[in-house]
Design a protein around this ligand. Structure first.
Ligand code: ZN
Length: 304
């Protein structure tokens, strides 16, 4: 029998962020209520128009991240501050955006059923409901068609239609590769990398075979784009090259998830690097201009 994974705080956070409604997620539940607390989640904020950290609104007697079991009076909750045992119940999670400019900040509520006997949890409700809105930086990178495919992939994923989601995300990958190559070239040129690496990039660009293109750029991805040593292009490559024909619906759900996460990471990071580097270059240019002006002044000074 395969081991059932434990519900850690990180796993429940992910569950809140991503799991569709009414789908059971099985796992070993912790012993006490405080262990299912979630301090913050990362969700799309409709006011900020980007993914933001949302911080818990509930608090457990001064502690952070408390969930509120439904139907238990507040004073009774206060009495339970000693962290009661987790029982089968329905709990409410509530969060507010940490970065909202206006007042009041955007909020998220989740109602989660805990079933201790079955060792499983599921969402009964969520407000606001799932959005398929995507980050501005991702929308800018993908363009109109790419964003549309990405959103359709997300809709399929949220309904549990793995094959559909996988097919849409594969299409997004294909549309993204040229953009990744361009951004990588910008980075490589600025970092004055070895010519061999630029040659490999050119090879990827001119190759017609999608799998080969992805395979080449996974090998030359800089280390600072591999969080925790994980190469997101390798993850995309593995998922992409699995091919859709022999995969089960469940495998497709997993591959779709891998592709979406890796794409989001790469697009966000590459877009940020570009902006930061442009700002840096502008600063350097200003500095150089000033130095040149100073030199000019000095020359003029000696001529006078
Ligand atoms: Zn916000």
């Amino acid at each position: 029998m395969s081991e059932v994974p434990v519900f850690t705080a990180e796993r429940i956070k992910r569950f809140l962020e991503e799991k569709p409604l009414l789908t059971w997620e099985r796992g070993q539940l912790p012993g006490t209520e405080s262990q299912i607390d979630v301090v913050s989640i990362d969700m799309y904020c409709r006011a900020c128009k980007m993914v933001r950290p949302f911080i818990t609104l509930a608090s457990r007697g001064g502690g952070a991240g408390g969930v509120q079991p439904m139907g238990r009076p507040a004073d009774e909750t206060a009495r339970y501050r000693k962290d009661p045992r987790l029982t089968s119940t329905i709990v409410e999670y509530s969060f507010q955006c940490a970065g909202c400019p206006g007042r009041p900040p955007e909020k998220y509520y989740f109602w989660v059923e805990i079933d201790v006997q079955r060792q499983a949890i599921r969402k009964l409700g969520q407000n606001p409901p799932y959005t398929i809105e995507i980050d501005k930086s991702i929308e800018d990178f993908l363009g109109e068609d790419g964003s549309e495919f990405f959103k359709r992939g997300r809709v399929c994923e949220l309904q549990g239609y793995g094959i559909g989601a996988y097919a849409y995300y594969r299409r997004v990958v294909e549309d993204c590769i040229s953009g990744f190559i361009d951004k990588l070239r910008d980075i490589f040129v600025l970092q004055s990398v070895d010519k061999l690496i630029l040659d490999r990039l050119h090879e990827a660009e001119s190759n017609r075979q999608m799998e080969t293109r992805i395979s080449i750029i996974k090998d030359i991805l800089p280390n600072h784009l591999r969080p925790g040593g994980v190469n997101p292009i390798q993850v995309i490559y593995d998922a992409y090259s699995a091919g859709i024909h022999r995969l089960s619906e469940e495998q497709c759900v997993e591959y779709a998830d891998d592709i979406r996460r890796s794409l989001i990471y790469l697009i966000r990071t590459l877009s940020n690097i570009k902006t930061e580097q442009m700002e840096y270059i502008q600063t350097i240019r200003k500095l150089q201009d000033r130095q040149n002006r100073n030199k000019g002044d000095q020359i003029q000074g000696t001529q006078n």
